[in-house]
Write a protein that binds this ligand. Structure first.
Ligand code: 13P
Length: 256
């Protein structure tokens, strides 16, 4: 039985004042978090601040990105996995579609980042998903298989013991256009089958989140699909009430 996992991707949002009130509200409503693992991923600059406010709570902290090399070095403007680990992060989002499209991250760079995150003992949340043109061209499975295939090839199936996959159709991110439960379930099942081809036990334990316009109104139906194990939440994670409702829906759907 997989325990669902809901993570908030705050993207480039927040200030000390905003994060202060968001986390106070999350902590005040924490009784809604049952039977689900929960994390929030603030901008790197605010990881320490958010982490301090979340001390001794059940909400963990993650980063949104790290450099593709670990340690220290002459890489102006970059943040390494060792640094976010030092600040208490347990998760790192890797290969978000915004990083792939806006910052030109290739599958190879994404796989390298997954590798450094795993080596540091943190859990990568590996994002995959197709664009609207790719879906319309009928190549969704090829795209997702390619994105995961590079990681499989580089790191082997055993790496997926410690990887969370987030399926985020690009056309559903920030658009309000959520994938139907059937569309999402079908890709989630396909992703699990890709891993099962290599190792069925690792596949059956693999957490696969759905991301893309998840809201309190659609969370329960998405999370009740057999291969959807929680969500990676953008916009709705900036509202404590919405995020807590989504966490609650995950805990309830997956305990049925
Ligand atoms: P939205 O929930 O705002 O669509 O964003 C999803 C996402 O990109 C999470 O990583």
């Amino acid at each position: 039985m997989r325990k669902p996992f809901v993570a908030g991707n705050w993207k480039m949002h927040g200030s000390k004042a905003m994060i202060g009130s968001l986390i106070s509200a999350l902590r005040a409503g924490a009784e809604q978090i049952k039977g689900v693992d929960v994390a929030v991923c603030p901008p790197s600059l605010y990881i320490q601040f958010a982490g301090d406010m979340l001390l001794e709570s059940q909400i963990k902290v993650g980063a949104q990105n790290v450099a593709s090399v670990a340690g220290q070095g002459a890489l102006t403007g970059e943040v390494s996995v060792d640094m976010v680990q030092d600040l208490g992060c347990q998760y790192v989002i890797v290969g978000h579609s915004e990083r792939r499209s806006i910052f030109d991250e290739t599958d190879e760079v994404v796989a390298a980042k997954v590798g450094v995150v795993l080596e540091a003992g943190l859990t990568p949340i590996l994002c995959v998903g197709e664009t609207l043109e790719q879906r319309e061209a009928g190549v969704t499975q090829d795209v997702v298989a390619g994105q995961i295939g590079v990681v499989l090839q580089k790191l082997g199936v055993s790496a997926f013991n410690n990887i969370v996959i987030a399926y985020e159709p690009v056309w559903a991110i920030g658009t309000g256009k959520v994938a139907t439960p059937e569309q999402a379930q079908s890709v989630h099942a396909f992703i699990r089958s890709l891993i099962a081809n290599e190792d069925s036990k690792i596949a059956s334990n693999l957490i696969i989140q759905y991301g893309g316009s998840v809201k309190p109104e659609n969370a329960a139906i998405l999370f009740s699909q057999p291969d959807i194990d929680g969500g990676l939440i953008g916009g709705a994670s900036l509202d404590a009430g919405d995020f807590l409702a989504i966490c609650k829906a995950a805990g309830e759907a997956c305990s049925e």
